[in-house]
Design a protein around this ligand. Structure first.
Ligand code: CMP
Length: 139
């Protein structure tokens, strides 16, 4: 298996509920290496650019509004097979359908307030990491 990097976000719902430490503990327990991490309040425009792939979906306006309401934690995680591994650690998008022991099952409130985001493929990871971090932050 190859060493990969993925973008991870602790979304505003989780930050607002004081879950940042709990989620970072799970990231450490799963043995990801955090390459870079920062807190950011996204502008609506940044959220729209980040989620542009979903712009035709009915939830786009609500999603980008929610993602720009308050601070999020944005980071790059590295591990073997990091993209799939982080998606497994998060669980399914809809917390009610997520496997037990996953972040979204244990902590998520709804399909929108589902605590975390992760890239879904190598091309998406490259776009999403480059959206928030420059080359010198990624060495
Ligand atoms: P995320 O992994 O960040 O990718 C897109 C987000 O859209 C997703 O998590 C959900 O939080 C949000 N979303 C809101 N409604 C839906 C829906 N009906 N189906 C899929 N994603 C949704």
């Amino acid at each position: 298996m190859a060493i990969e990097r993925t973008l991870a976000i602790i979304k505003p719902d989780a930050v607002g509920r004081g879950l940042t430490g709990e989620i970072l503990s799970r990231i450490h327990a799963a043995k990801f290496r955090i390459i870079v991490i920062k807190t950011r309040r996204l502008t609506k425009r940044e959220a729209e650019g980040f989620y542009a792939v979903h712009r035709e979906r009915p939830f786009f306006a609500e999603l980008t509004e929610f993602m720009s309401t308050s601070k999020a934690v944005v980071m790059v995680l590295e591990a073997e097979n990091a993209i799939a591994k982080w998606r497994d650690t998060m669980g399914a998008t809809d917390p009610s359908k997520a496997a037990s022991g996953t972040i979204r099952k244990d902590l998520g409130a709804s399909i929108q307030c589902n605590c975390t985001h992760g890239s879904d493929a190598p091309e998406t990871a490259a776009f999403e990491i480059g959206y928030f971090f420059s080359g010198s932050e990624l060495v």
